[in-house]
Design a protein around this ligand. Sequence first.
Ligand code: SF4
Length: 219
Amino acid sequence: MPTRRDKPYIWVTWLTKLLVGENSCEWAAWFRAQHFSDSYDKVPNPFDLVGWQMQHTELLNQKRDELEAEGRKVFIENQNSFTLRGNTATLGGKPDLITVSGVQGLILDVKTGKPALSHSVQLMVYMYAIPRALGQHQGIRFDGKVVYTDSSQNVDIPHTAVDDTFIRNLSDLIRRISSETPARKVPSPQECSFCNITSADCPERVVEDVFEEGTTDDF
Ligand code: SF4
């Protein structure tokens, strides 16, 4: 039986696809936010996490080296881990790289997959949260950069992107996910097949709980 948290805890990446409409099932984020992660079973992930982590680390180190060669001080991963406590929930995240010069800062996140709008929104949530959550970065005005394997696809995000409309949309989503009332559930093959919540906790799940290798009758 999943154990309920006293106060919802939300990881930034649970929000980003919902914010840009790449995902619609807010219930998945609501369920994760409301329960301790180790108190419920997860659908096994067939994704090659070791290979992904190694590629990600290689690209991250390459970018860090470039920034340091420019004489910048760079903060890396665990140094950037934050928790931002609001009235209704706690928001947590960990940007890949942060560099600061005077009152100007840059937050970078490296992505080894295909470019997506949700990557830029992830940076915008970091740009909003970091100066509020980490004392040493208070008062810094942060721009953002999504770094892809093919640098011609990198995306620069100006600090002005984190405006009142963005903050209102982010806050509204966090409030819906933090509510006692469960958020809207939207089962679909596309989203359920990338969701690790099992049918024991989500009976409306429309795909099998176990990843099955493809089969064919052609040979
Ligand atoms: S399994 Fe499907 S319906 Fe259930 S929470 Fe996940 S995405 Fe939503």
